[in-house]
Design a protein around this ligand. Structure first.
Ligand code: PLP
Ligand code: COI
Length: 338
């Protein structure tokens, strides 16, 4: 095990020993290559640099109670990466290439998987970029797929404690018929300015509205949104949000815990009726939201008892974490042991 202060891990980059790469040339994927360099070199006219041909994924591996390393729902991340590749016309990574690269990156950096009980995880970042040169606006002929890993702690410094979110109307992250369902860099570029402003104004994250009607909640910068009321888990149905694997899993867990599940529009006004609210994602896990402030009107929506996560959010969080750390039976075979 590496000499790292596991309990103080934040969500950031720590160098590990190896990363894995695979090049797409002449219409096919080559052999996996293992590298210990953190650098990549590419043509200055590579399409990822000019025309945003770039997609990434984020998934986690956990050291369980039994000492085994579990990876959570990697096949879902592979499918979403294929969806992103199709969306911006990149070569599709095959299931075999994706799986071998991810598993190899974890195995080779096994000593960086945080010990059980520290709350940390190994964050896995697959990346697909257009490396072939084009000066006209066209998809590249060559691609690089790579996977690096880094040990992480909580995404929001609050951990599993309520955060404040800022509802923004003067920025859109994506357009309704745009790239919102793809995990591509451009969406995150569009979220940087409102996201940093939210931080400066005292919020952990911002919440975006569906851009056409400007009436419905879409999602947070790095996570999906959910609200809970009347024993019902409610989460937005929108063509412009990332289909979150965490959210998909929480909908199953919610039903098993006895909640009803609804995927539908959530208007800004409806926020005042929720008993609990939260942001969910691989990095965020569940971040309970204690307050949402509408930046436009100054209106504040508060959820639950100040400073304490709500009872349903707590149960959802504990069940999801329990499955990931091998404490609770993995009925749906969501985890693969490395
Ligand atoms: N929404 C956005 C914009 C994200 O970046 C993420 C993170 O991946 C999510 C939602 C959550 O998705 P997942 O649960 O698959 O990590
Ligand atoms: C994730 O949850 O994996 C994300 O990608 C969110 C953010 C770090 C971009």
């Amino acid at each position: 095990m590496k000499n790292i202060d596991w309990k103080s891990l934040a969500f950031g980059y720590i160098k590990t020993d190896y990363n894995v790469r695979c090049y797409y040339r002449d219409g096919k994927w080559g052999e996996l290559e293992v590298s210990s360099s953190e650098q990549i070199t590419m043509h200055m006219a590579a399409t990822c640099l000019h025309y945003g041909q770039e997609a990434f994924e984020g998934l986690k591996a956990f050291r369980g109670k039994d000492g085994k390393i579990r990876i959570f729902r990697w096949r879902e991340n592979w499918k979403r990466m294929v969806h992103s590749a199709q969306g911006i016309m990149m070569a599709e990574v095959t299931e075999e290439v994706f799986k071998s690269a991810v598993f190899k990156a974890i195995k080779m950096n096994e000593e960086y998987v945080p010990p059980y009980g520290t709350g940390g995880a190994l964050y896995i970042r697959p990346l697909l970029i257009g490396t072939g040169e084009k000066v006209g606006v066209k998809p590249a002929d060559e691609y690089l797929f790579m996977v690096f890993v880094t040990p992480v702690g909580p995404y929001f410094k609050e951990g599993f404690r309520p955060v404040r979110a800022q509802l923004v109307k003067d920025y859109d992250r994506v357009a309704p018929l745009g790239t919102g369902t793809y995990k591509v860099g451009g969406n995150y570029a569009a979220s940087l300015r409102p996201g940093e402003r939210a931080h400066e104004e005292g919020f952990a994250t911002c919440l975006f509205l569906e851009a056409k009607e400007k009436k419905y909640i879409d999602e947070a910068g790095p996570a999906n949104f959910f609200g809970i009321k009347n024993n019902t888990y409610v989460t937005p149905d929108s063509p412009s949000i990332l289909p979150s694997i965490t959210n998909k899993s929480l909908r199953v867990i919610a039903e098993e815990l006895g909640l009803k599940v609804e995927r539908r529009h959530i208007t800004v006004d409806e926020l005042s009726t929720f008993e609990e609210a939260g942001a969910c994602g691989t990095a965020a896990v569940i971040s309970p939201i204690g307050e949402i402030v509408d930046r436009d009107t100054g209106h504040s929506y508060k959820f639950g008892k100040e400073g304490t996560p709500g009872p349903w959010s707590t149960k959802l969080y504990e069940t999801l974490r329990g499955i990931q750390y091998g404490e609770i039976e993995d009925k749906h075979n969501w985890c693969d042991i490395i």
